[in-house]
Each structure stands twice: as C-alpha cells, then as structure tokens.
Design a protein around this ligand. Structure first.
Ligand SMILES: Nc1nc2c([nH]c(=O)n2[C@H]2C[C@H](O)[C@@H](COP(=O)(O)OP(=O)(O)OP(=O)(O)O)O2)c(=O)[nH]1
Ligand SMILES: [Mg+2]
Length: 141
C-alpha cells in the first residue's frame, strides 16, 4: 500500500448491528445505481461535526429506517481502502426499541439470523465485521 491512499476521500461511518427480540439482525440493501449499489450492509452513515459515534448511529438509524434503538457495546472498528475511497467503520451492537423499520433511504430491508448473513452480498469491508460477529466479539446492545 503506497502513500496514495492519503489522497483518497476518507469517510468516518457509524454502523449499527441492530438486534431484535428474536435474535435477528437488521440489514439493508444499498440503492441500485449509487456507490456499492445493490449490496447489503448494516445501516449507518457519516459522522457529523460535534457528534459522538453513538449519537451518529442513533441519528442515522432514525433517518434511514425510522426506528428507535439503544446503542450498546462496540463490536469492531474497520479501516478499509476501496479503489476510490477510504472508510473507517465503527460498529456497535444495538437493540431495537420501537418502530417498524421502513426502507426510507435504501431499496430493501430484512431481519436475518447470523447464519443467514452469508446468503447476502456485502461490501468487502464487511467480511471482518461478519467474522467478528460470528466469533461473538463484544456483548450485545
Ligand atoms: N452503513 C454502512 N456503510 C458501509 C458498510 N460497509 C461499507 O463498506 N460501507 C461503506 C459504504 C460507503 O462508502 C460508506 C457509507 O457511506 P454512505 O455514503 O452510505 O454514508 P451516508 O449514509 O452518510 O451517505 P452520504 O451522506 O455520504 O450520502 O461506508 C456497512 O456495513 N454499512
Ligand atoms: Mg448510509
């Protein structure tokens, strides 16, 4: 890896692994046509100035899905360099509190079990997140 990675845009992203009472996780499908379009992800988005990562996650989840969550334990932080951007994904376990998730800013949403995650195509950076989840790293939100 050369110094050219420092010329890439860098996005700092708060990411939520949202659990429901059936021990399912909420995933969403990125909009077709956009960056990484059609791939599935854990919901989340860019941190805003003055915000903690926990506040960012809570806000993004309300904006993107219209639900209330409790942000819990940190799971993992991933630094990943794609061809055209660098991302830092700070992932927390979260607990669904209220509201029915709506696909406000994505094409589709689904509750899935940990075992079912492998049936969905995720961005490259998610390989490590899913591995951490399977290893049971961190406590649940
Ligand atoms: N939310 C989320 N983003 C992920 C995951 N895996 C992964 O590589 N990413 C990447 C895709 C995007 O480059 C970036 C998230 O940025 P985004 O563009 O969706 O952020 P945002 O919702 O704040 O959107 P914007 O303000 O930039 O339009 O992180 C994941 O599991 N969840
Ligand atoms: Mg987003």
């Amino acid at each position: 890896m050369s110094e050219t990675i420092f010329l890439l845009p860098h996005k700092i992203i708060g990411v939520a692994v949202i659990w429901n009472d059936q021990e399912q996780i909420l995933i969403d499908r990125r909009r077709a046509g956009g960056a990484m379009g059609g791939l599935w992800e854990f919901p989340g988005g860019k941190i805003e100035p003055g915000e903690t990562i926990e506040e960012c996650i809570q806000r993004e989840i309300y904006e993107e899905l219209g639900i209330e969550i409790a942000v819990g334990e940190h799971l993992i932080t991933i630094d990943h360099t794609y061809t055209e951007l660098r991302v830092t994904l700070t992932v927390h376990h979260c607990r669904h509190l209220s509201g029915v998730p709506q696909a406000i800013e994505c094409d589709e949403i689904r509750w899935v079990s940990l075992a079912e995650l492998e049936n969905f195509a995720f961005p490259k950076a998610n390989v490590e997140i899913i591995a951490a989840l399977k290893q049971g790293v961190g406590a649940r939100g």
